[in-house]
Design a protein around this ligand. Structure first.
Ligand code: MG
Length: 166
């Protein structure tokens, strides 16, 4: 980041929610987590990868993943969201942005996500093409309140910091 100009920094915020249902694998940050329910969606429903993708796209002012990968398109049925995230990263780079840092939080009552946190960081970092040191992931419960607390769904929120290089 030579000739760094703070005005070329962009932040983006992404959020995503998926419903928890029986008969689906639980995939978060590209990690398949043993659980009796999984997230429902057209793709693999990776709520964390989706929030991160939206944060990155938003920072580059390129809309959101719904626009890039419409869920009406059968090509994305059961899609690996880490692959979609790597396409997002390529796309923002092609538009002249460098992805600097990403941080995310998942709200889920159970299962315990902390044992999988490091693998999620590594998967997201690889998809984004950045260092694992530049990807933060944490998890919280909602103290049994709301839909996350009733285990009806999970939420992920993410922020991304990008630098416009040209
Ligand atoms: Mg989603």
């Amino acid at each position: 980041m030579a000739d760094f100009n703070p005005a070329d920094l962009r932040i983006g915020l992404g959020t995503d929610i998926h419903e928890l249902v029986g008969g689906r694998p639980l995939i978060i940050g590209g990690v398949e987590i043993p659980h009796f329910r999984g997230l429902l969606g057209h793709s693999d429903a990776d709520v964390l990868a989706h929030a991160v993708a939206d944060a990155v796209l938003s920072a580059a002012r390129l809309g959101d993943i719904g626009k890039l990968f419409p869920d009406s398109d059968p090509a994305y049925k059961g899609a690996d969201s880490l692959k979609l995230l790597s396409i997002v990263a390529e796309r923002v780079r092609a538009e002249g942005f460098e992805i600097i840092d990403v941080d995310a939080v998942i709200t889920a009552q159970q299962p315990k996500l902390s044992p999988h946190r490091q693998q999620m960081r590594e998967n997201l970092a690889e998809a984004l093409g950045i260092s694992v040191d530049n990807v933060g992931v944490k998890a919280t419960t909602s103290e049994r309140l709301g839909f996350e607390g009733r285990e009806e769904g999970m939420t992920a929120q993410a922020v991304a910091l990008l630098h416009r290089c040209r």
